[in-house]
Design a protein around this ligand. Structure first.
Ligand code: 4AD
Ligand code: MG
Length: 431
């Protein structure tokens, strides 16, 4: 008998197969029982008919508890009533290991309780769907950059410099020296782009932000492309093509998962190139018209502002050319308005906030040196980064996409804590 996984069911209709599973849930009514089976690849119903398996086995079925692991054998049948499309007519089962008092029962639980049990909560159907979508975003990210001539590079996690400002750094000792957990791989991606042309990195980044919002994690993963000889407009094109590619890939390859999450597909289907662009100046004017009197030119936008702007569009929207004073030291000054920089934040629709931050990089040696000094940063620490402007400097641009915020938006889940298997939050280091 063939041992298969649930997601292979389609190829085995009418055949007797064996599947290793956990019992996610069950119910029975007299002579017939239903097992909700899961095996990591998917969820499937098993039908247990007393007349087929005998009275003893049926009693054994009735005594099974939630999350017991089993080998089930049976015949794969088409099942047009379920969205999965197949079910297993159970002929026999064998307990691998039992499970007593599983804490996450089919009833409703509070968020803190679920977070305390994150190691188990991950098994539930909704969390499974989110992790599969996360995986599809990662898979299609590699596909996009590999198909477009980018080389993957891996910046260090332990670093001596801070690209995004020094207030949110995780400090550690590096033997006798001070070190920080990476906030962004950007500076290393820039150096790599001067060696390899178009590069992208994908790795964990850390921000000791005291923010307790539905968009902030302490540890999150970032995809950071960096392109030599690309100006900022070239970079915006890459961004909209990339984001469209991952959304379309999830729509194509994660239909069941999106359905499990009740995601409104029509909203995702609207995500096509090009994306609208609005300047920071126009955004401020728009916000004033919308009644936001709390914003003045020069202020950074908060989530209510981003949401108000995003709600005006049905695609992600670029806000370009922010004031220089509220952005990091490395951004290229906008020659047309030197109080602003050549940068953009990409704001996701439906209130999911900023998913990308990017810019053209300052490529003039003297200008960058001055900017480092103006920001009170240590020239010695950034000497190697300045070198990139000393030996054949070229225009170049790049950006960082936050994986978890992107997963939240595409999955339609409210809070980034559900988009990471083991999220690090302000008050949470366990499990
Ligand atoms: O806008 P940020 O800070 O940009 C950078 O770090 C640049 N160095 C990237 C680059 O140009 N290579 O962060 C980029 C993205 C944000 O748009 C957001 O999606 C995500 O990273 N992000 C966070 N996600 C979850 N929790 C946090 N605390 C985040 N901070 C930023
Ligand atoms: Mg940003």
């Amino acid at each position: 008998m063939k041992k298969i996984t649930i997601n292979q069911s389609k190829q085995f209709v009418g055949e007797t197969v064996k599947i290793g599973v956990w019992l996610a849930n069950k119910r029975s009514s007299g002579k017939i029982g239903f097992m909700q089976l899961r095996d990591g690849t998917g969820f499937m119903q098993g039908v247990v008919v007393k007349a087929n398996i005998g009275e003893d086995k049926f009693d054994q079925f009735k005594a099974l508890t939630q999350e017991t692991s089993l080998y089930v054998t049976g015949i794969i049948k088409e099942d047009t009533r379920s969205s999965f499309g197949y079910e297993l007519e159970v002929e026999n089962f064998e307990v691998i290991s039992d499970s007593t008092d599983y804490p996450i029962t089919p009833k409703e639980h509070g968020t803190e309780f679920l977070m305390d049990n994150r190691h188990l909560w991950l098994r539930s159907k909704k969390q499974h769907a989110i992790m599969k979508i996360r995986n599809e975003i990662i898979r299609s990210t590699f596909e996009f950059y590999n198909n477009n001539g980018f080389t993957k590079v891996d910046p260090p996690i332990l670093t001596g410099s801070a690209p995004e400002g020094t207030s949110e750094l995780f400090h550690t000792k590096y033997f006798e020296e001070d070190a920080y957990l990476s906030q962004s791989g950007q500076l290393y991606a820039e150096a790599s782009a001067m060696a390899l042309g178009k590069v992208f990195s994908f790795g964990p980044t850390f921000r000791a932000e005291k923010s307790k919002t539905r968009r902030h994690l302490i540890e999150f993963w970032m995809i950071e492309p960096e392109m030599a000889f690309y100006d900022h407009d070239d970079s915006l094109e890459v961004q909209e093509q990339y984001v469209t590619h991952i959304v379309q890939s999830v729509l194509k390859n994660c239909r069941l998962e999106l359905e499990t999450l009740d995601r409104d597909l029509a909203k995702l289907e609207k995500v096509t190139t090009p994306f609208p662009r609005i300047t920071y100046d126009d955004a401020v004017e728009f916000l004033h018209k919308e009644g936001f009197d709390d914003i003045e030119w020069g202020d950074d936008f908060g989530s209510p502002h981003e949401t108000a702007i995003a709600n005006h569009y049905d695609k992600p929207v670029f806000i370009v050319n922010y004031p220089k004073a509220i952005k990091p030291f490395y951004m290229q000054v906008n020659k047309e308005n030197p109080k602003t920089v050549l940068c953009a934040d990409l704001i996701a629709p439906e209130g999911y906030g900023e998913i990308i931050g990017g810019s053209e990089r300052m490529d003039d040696y003297d200008e960058l040196k001055q900017s480092i000094l103006d920001h009170g940063l240590d020239l010695e620490t950034y000497g190697w980064y300045l070198d990139l402007r000393k030996y054949g400097s070229v225009p170049h641009s790049g950006f960082g996409l936050g994986l978890e915020r992107t997963v939240a938006w595409i999955s339609g889940v409210d809070h980034v804590r559900e988009t990471s298997p083991f999220p690090r939050l302000l008050n949470r280091l366990y499990p």
